[in-house]
Design a protein around this ligand. Structure first.
Ligand code: GLC
Length: 532
């Protein structure tokens, strides 16, 4: 087990719409990713996880899949994808694809057939249709989770109205996804990130649940467990998938996106015959407070150990406000529902400083770590994106109360002085890029000592050299404002306070998230790695 590649892997998330655009249409594409892969090699990641690239009306950024066995023409074709996978493998980078099994797009041929076939048909039985809404569940993006169709029936959509939930009690649905897994395994993918893994099975009675905050993990502190999340029946599905994946040679990985807490509940998704990893959202949501972080780290490690699975760590992804911005708000917590014009703006200097410290802490923890494209440049959220440019369905569906996730999905800056900051050959960009993108562009950071890009590169190289991902964590004495641990021969110290702190005698500095003071002490909001 300890020799599987994913146990300590650093996995880099590519959101294809926004990574690199090869043809100048303003939308990222697969060729763009292939052209930029050498940069990911230079960064030093072990694997890429590619967010959905399937044919889709793009009502939810591709998480509304119309065909699970093809590529959206916006991004290229199956041949381009084959070339991308081959190019990644030639560079020694593993390749994980995103699988969206909870719902299809309403443009999927199954849903079209369901609408045509009418009530009571086998086509409708692949989805969750009822004559009347049996409850008043709310969709994750706001508004009711039931939608009426012209013949009077209603279907369930936990997300956008264009994302009808599949009926996983129907064996046809299970067979179809088993086949989809094999389709991609046959094309050489190294694993799957499983979208909304906690949602596939609903309580059989579709029991009432009115607590709107239940979406994506927030539980009603007073009420019963939500009938749409984390039902026992999901585990049987992942046991079947594990058997399918294990029938293929090599070590493939199944990663759960499951907004489930507490940690030992999440650990049930990574028991020895289920998935291999689950995103650690509790860590992502922790505040910048030493006691809180220590507690989350301990609980996470114990939960993973309890089932023999590696713990994972993550600070940013395509659904949350980027951590360089979250940490620019004092006391901020959770994923934050997006930021826009008129909202309180973050302290970007503080945010970046803390983000660099947080990342260095994360990359020294034992287990596997997930990076989200652009964080290696220190990118902040676009916090002044014009509201009329927003595309996240959450903005409309929440009645303009949640700005949504567009601010973390803005196309990347590669070259400071090029049109679209080098995102593509034209000046087009599907979301407008802010003027500050120039200072974050990759070409302003490569080879520049102290840049965020060079910090990530050094951290990934040292992490590999010292086998930090495979190590063990031992806490060292702490004071109120300092969190310090040992992983093998490496001391990892984060100073959360205002006063600089001294290093133990004889410690040799390996890396620090900001320059140390002239006296060699570690300033506030800085993480330091030192050899003992
Ligand atoms: C997951 C995805 C998110 C998407 C949702 C519905 O949470 O990460 O982007 O909107 O599922 O598929």
């Amino acid at each position: 087990m300890s020799d599987v590649w994913w146990r300590d892997a650093v996995i880099y998330q590519v959101y294809p719409r926004s990574f690199a655009d090869s043809d100048g249409d303003g939308m990222g594409d697969l060729r763009g990713i292939t052209e930029r892969l050498p940069q990911l090699k230079e960064l030093g990641v072990d694997a890429v996880w590619l967010s959905p690239f399937y044919p889709s009306p793009q009502r939810d950024g591709g998480y509304d899949v119309a065909d699970y066995r093809d590529v959206d023409p916006r991004f290229g074709d199956l041949d381009d994808l084959g070339k991308l996978i081959t190019a990644a493998h030639e560079l020694g980078i593993r390749f994980i694809v995103d699988l969206v099994p909870n719902h299809t797009s309403s443009e999927h041929q199954w849903f079209r057939a369901a609408l045509n076939a009418g009530p009571g048909s086998p086509e409708r039985a692949r989805y969750i249709f009822r004559d009347e809404p049996p409850n008043s569940w709310q969709s994750v993006f706001g508004g009711p989770a039931w939608q009426q169709v012209p013949d009077g029936q209603w279907y369930l959509h936990l997300f956008d109205v264009s994302q009808p939930d599949l009926n996983w009690d129907n064996p046809e649905v299970r067979d179809e996804f088993a086949d989809i897994l094999r389709f991609w395994l046959d094309r050489g993918v190294d694993g799957f990130r499983v979208d909304v893994a906690h949602g596939l099975i609903k309580d059989p009675g579709l029991a009432e649940y009115t607590y709107r905050g239940a979406v994506l993990g927030g539980l009603d502190p007073l009420g019963p467990p939500p009938p749409m999340w984390d039902q026992e029946g999901v585990h049987e599905i992942y046991r079947q998938w594990r058997r399918i994946v294990e029938a293929y040679p090599g070590d493939r990985v199944l990663v759960a996106e499951a907004w489930v807490s507490p940690a030992d509940r999440l650990a049930r998704y990574v028991r020895s015959d289920e998935m291999n990893q689950a995103f650690n959202f509790e860590y992502m949501e922790a505040r910048w407070l030493p006691a809180e972080l220590r507690q989350v780290i301990d609980v996470s490690l114990a939960a993973g150990d309890g089932v023999g699975a590696p713990t994972t760590w993550v600070l940013s992804n395509h659904d949350v406000v980027r951590h360089a911005t979250r940490l620019g708000y004092e006391g901020s917590r959770g994923r934050m529902p997006g930021i826009g014009v008129g909202d309180p703006q973050p302290d970007t200097g503080l945010g970046l400083r803390r983000a660099r410290a947080a990342t260095l802490q994360m990359l020294a923890l034992p287990g596997s770590a997930y990076l989200y494209q652009g964080e290696e440049l220190g990118l902040p959220e676009h916090t002044t994106l014009p509201d009329d440019a927003r595309q996240d369905p959450a903005w409309e569906r929440s009645g303009h109360t949640e700005r949504g996730r567009d601010g973390c999905r803005v196309p990347l800056p590669w070259e400071a002085d090029a049109p679209s900051y080098g995102f593509g050959p034209s000046d087009r960009s599907w979301l407008p890029q802010p003027a500050v993108w120039a200072e974050y562009a990759l070409d302003r950071q490569q080879g520049v000592a102290g840049s965020t890009w060079e910090l990530y590169r050094s951290a990934l190289a040292l992490r590999r050299e010292h086998h930090l991902g495979l190590g063990d964590l031992t806490w060292l004495d702490e004071t109120k404002d300092v969190l310090a641990f040992r992983n093998g021969q490496v001391l990892v110290l984060t100073n959360f306070g205002a006063e600089p702190v001294s290093l133990p005698l004889g410690a040799r500095v390996l890396l620090s998230s900001e320059p140390l003071g002239d006296d060699g002490r570690v300033p506030g909001d800085v993480t330091l790695w030192a050899a003992l």
